[in-house]
Design a protein around this ligand. Structure first.
Ligand code: ZN
Length: 140
């Protein structure tokens, strides 16, 4: 049995590895309004040197922009006023960060996506995004 490769199978693929990605020209920036602070590259991505906005090109490279994933700030600590132990706070991801209390909300994979924030003055706000889950839902 012999393997006979058809002609043309061996191609030079060096142009596919991204090494040909070069600066093309200065373009305007939609984000900061600069007329020429933005730079266009051969793969189509742009980078603005004024506002440092990077945008993927329209080329074949699919690019996953990191979503609004949050990370925990602060740490679980005992909340005597709420009769919550440190363990409970850890379980429900109620983290204290100085005078700020954050109650984290999670997506179905258990990753934090947002947090209800309570300041010392009992002002509530919300950071990140909500997918409609109720608090603590990641535990069920
Ligand atoms: Zn810009």
């Amino acid at each position: 049995m012999t393997n006979i490769l058809p002609l043309g199978v061996i191609l030079d693929r060096s142009h596919l590895n991204g090494s040909s990605n070069e600066f093309v020209r200065h373009v305007n920036c939609e984000d900061c309004g600069s007329s020429d602070g933005n730079s266009l590259y051969t793969d189509g991505h742009t980078y603005c040197f004024v506002c440092h906005t990077w945008k993927p090109g329209n080329g074949s490279t699919t690019f996953t922009v990191s979503n609004n994933r949050m990370s925990y700030t602060g740490f679980a600590s005992r909340l005597p006023k709420r009769n919550l132990s440190e363990e409970t706070c850890e379980k429900y991801k109620i983290y204290q960060d100085g005078n700020i209390l954050r109650m984290y909300y999670h997506d179905s994979s258990g990753a934090p996506i947002g947090a209800k924030v309570k300041t010392k003055n009992k002002v509530f706000s919300y950071e990140g995004e909500s997918n409609g889950n109720f608090f603590g839902q990641h535990l069920y």
